[in-house]
Ligand binder design. Structure first.
Ligand code: TRP
Length: 367
């Protein structure tokens, strides 16, 4: 077993999600959250950990002002795994008609990626914004900002004064050779998390994020109630990672030539070839054996993508699981079904992305 690493800038090895909950001092999503009406991300424990989620839901249900905040570090074109927090943010916006703030940390990626130029950081930010807005966020209630063009500095300064260097170093593992932009960045993302309250005053904010981003939420919660701010500690709900095609813990483009991830811009043929060639299968080697012993959906990447993203219908998912386990459904059939689901999602996504291009101005946070 490889030594697992989970920091905002590196995720590798075999991740023990229960251990992370303990280490980070969070709590598992509760049985009351996993009710049949919950979003399938929560019901199926893709979002598995939380802090103060109940308080946020309670405030939302009693019609108090609530908001949602989640962001994107734009260093490349987006893949399926990147969409996860935004899908949940959009779901809660529809459900509770609340404001959603979407900071894009083009500065972060410029500092952290040695080969990313300033110009490319900007280019990816603009492209990624289209992918995020293509999910259908509501204009007038959705506010996008880019660190390199929105004045985040006043909020970041107020936060930065409350965070000691030793805390930042301990929480983020900053190394002495880290450039000073990178070492300041934690103040910026902490400011993002508190931005809804900087702008709209004290209220409940929910931050849906991958668990690797939790250090920022911890910092934000630490400083929120300081007398100079007097905010409510932001609530959070943490997702697991979407596995890569080969079955590594996190879909990531850094270690492969695009064959381990499905990009939002992939064509139907690319998706078909990637799933058929690379998606790790829990099926048996020969059809005869498969029919006899059945496959293992738990390690099957096509099944995982259906479970976490593309098959919202519980009954259909249960039938696929049972049929695959019994050997009635073959790996070929499971893959064909998954390819179809992904391609119909991407077709609509790519159309929406084109349509939203002329609307982006409506979504940029004004200052
Ligand atoms: N750092 C995040 C990433 O790399 C992106 C991000 C920026 C973010 N600001 C945020 C995430 C605020 C959650 C909340 O993906």
């Amino acid at each position: 077993m490889k030594n697992p690493i989970t920091t905002p800038w590196e995720v590798s090895g075999d991740i023990d999600y229960d251990k992370l909950i303990k280490e980070f001092g969070a709590e598992r999503v509760k049985p009351t959250h996993i009710n049949p009406k919950a979003h399938h991300f929560i019901k199926r424990e893709f979002y598995f950990s939380q802090r103060d989620f109940d308080s946020w839901v309670k405030a939302a249900e009693s019609k108090k002002k609530v908001s949602i905040l989640t962001g994107r570090g734009s260093s490349e074109k987006m893949h399926l795994g990147h969409l996860v927090p935004f899908v949940l943010a959009k779901h809660f916006q529809d459900k509770y008609k609340c404001n959603v703030y979407l900071p894009i940390s083009d500065d972060e990626k410029f500092y952290v990626k040695p080969n990313l130029s300033f110009e490319d950081a900007e280019k990816y930010a603009d492209d990624n914004i289209l992918d995020i807005l293509a999910l259908g966020f509501k204009p007038g209630k959705t506010f996008v900002l880019k660190d390199l063009s929105y004045p985040i500095y006043p909020s970041a300064a107020r936060v930065a004064k409350l965070i000691s260097y030793s805390t930042a170093k301990a929480v983020f593992g900053l190394k002495p050779e880290t450039n000073i932009g990178w070492s300041f960045y934690p103040a910026v993302q902490t400011a993002h998390i508190l931005l809804p309250q900087f702008i709209e005053g004290k209220h409940h904010t929910l931050v849906p994020i991958g668990i690797d981003q939790d250090p920022y939420v911890r910092l934000a919660r630490d400083v929120a109630q300081h007398s100079t701010l007097n905010f409510i500690k932001p609530a959070t709900i943490h997702s697991k990672f979407l596995p890569s095609l080969k079955g590594e813990a996190k879909m990531s483009s850094s270690d492969a030539e695009g064959v381990n991830v499905i990009y939002l811009s992939d064509s139907p043929t690319e998706v078909k070839n990637k799933i058929n060639k690379y998606a790790f299968s829990g099926g048996k080697d020969t059809l005869e054996e498969h029919r006899k012993h059945g496959g293992n959906p738990e390690i099957d990447i096509s099944f995982q993508y259906l479970k976490y993203l593309f098959e919202e219908d519980d009954k259909k998912l249960a039938k696929i699981e049972a049929d695959y386990k019994s050997g009635k459904m073959t790996t070929g059939e499971l893959k064909a079904y998954t390819i179809d689901k992904i391609n119909s999602f991407l077709k609509k996504h790519q159309e929406n992305k084109k349509k939203i291009k002329s609307q982006v101005g409506k979504f940029m946070l004004k200052f």
